[in-house]
Design a protein. Sequence first.
Length: 571
Amino acid sequence: MIEKMTRYDFILLSGQKEEFIRELGTLGVMDITRSAKPVDAKSDALLSELEAVRAEIRRISKGSDARLQELKAERSDLARDVDSLSHWGDYDKRKLESLGIPVHFYSVADKRFDSSWADQYPLEILDSAKGKTWFVVFGPAELPVAPLPAPSMSVGEAEVLLARKDAEIEEYRKQLEGLRSTLPDLRARESEISGELGRYLAGVGGESAADGALTVFEGFAPASEKERLAAAFDNMPCVWTSAEAVVEDNPPIKLKNNKFVRQFEMLTDMYGRPDYNEFDPTPYISVFFLLFFAMCMGDAGYGLLLIIGGILLRKVESMKNLAPLVTILGVGTFVVGIVMHTFFGVDISALPWIPGWLKAVMVTGKIGGFEAQMVLALIIGVVHLCLAMVVKTVYATRNKGFLGSLGVWGWTLLIVGGVVVGALALFSLLPSEVIKWIIIGLGIVSALGIFLFNDITRNPLKNIGSGLWETYNTVTGLLGDVLSYLRLYALGLAGGMLGKAFNDIASMTLGDGSFGIGWFAFVLILVIGHALNLAMCCLGAFVHPLRLNFLEFFKNSGYIGKGRAYSPLQK
């Protein structure tokens, strides 16, 4: 699938551009372009105002919240002070000091408190809770426990400070609500200034000289990175705006697929990445290229060799990226080779020791007088083309709306619907009378879309003429497209026959079977012959499936592939 992109516009002084580029590189996700514009009094004033508005928005949306958290932290400290001072009660510290009587403060666990201390010293117990006792001693005392520092204030004074802090927080909340109420206006002003600056710079010639110049960057990054990038850009020496990328922006294309489909993205890149409003063909290529490649190879033995080759390629640094694809193609070739009952040129369906359940999945014999494998190739071709038409219809509807894609709907209903109805009739799944009325209905609805409503903004007579011309091209082209899939059968058949020929030639060298030069020639012919056949099969199995995807599928699905690849700056 095509990953959604966000467009970013940056404006900064040209002297800061190198540092800016380096910082973008550290982010690793920004695909960037650059242009220079002259700075004058108007653009400088707009830029300054935009920076001021941005700073105010940041101060309100971020700084104010930080201040509120700071006030809450201060209140928590005061609340802890009130709790700890409550054990000492409310007293006048200054009055005690004026009397000249030293006061010592103690807090000990209940089990350590000795009641005899009260007989030895002027001791007053102030509180006892949670397994502890708080007391004071007036005058000099020598107790086996260390005294605590004297409280800095009384609990009453602490409660006054706590009440003041609560009032300060409440007052700040009101201020905060007032400040936040200005955010919509500030953001509207930000958007207004940003748009005015962008329009002004777009209309100013970049070729004129100026003492100071602004550098304007336009970049794209995945929408999933939006929050991380916003935090980073706020700390960079630039003014920036962002918006959801649209087709007119010509954003770069980043494909997002699972691990299996990702191996086939290199094939998509060989043709061209999709435009931003197109579909990603890679998932379809991954399935059908694998199937077509395996059918063209048509030999389970060659599939095993490809699997081994893919495993060995993992150890070659320069070919490491190809290893998973080669392995996948090898597995597909092995499975399809079993279905096509060929193993190194040997027809395994004729071997008596092959189990019956395995022979049951092999495609053998004839259908209607034609080779079953040839019929299978044509059926796969019809399915491939029908899928292409369905994909074309879905994306045409998404991009143009239902009314703007009635012509595409007409052809899809006629061809895909006709194929489905034909299959139902072939297997007698519906009564013939029902089939007849379905065909009539499909024909009428399709004709309306093809001949009358292929372009609802155009004169109906022109639509009829256009529909007739398109009918000629579609009918003649579609027949050729379906027949193109015969190459899947032909290449598989040719590879299998050539492999069998090498086996027969090698067998002739054995003579009476006694050990000698005959066995050496037998092995040599098999190795060289199958190596040559494998190379030729791989070449054909690569080129022809690509053709079926790039020509037949892309033509019938409306795929253009003129998008540019996503290429982010790197550190």
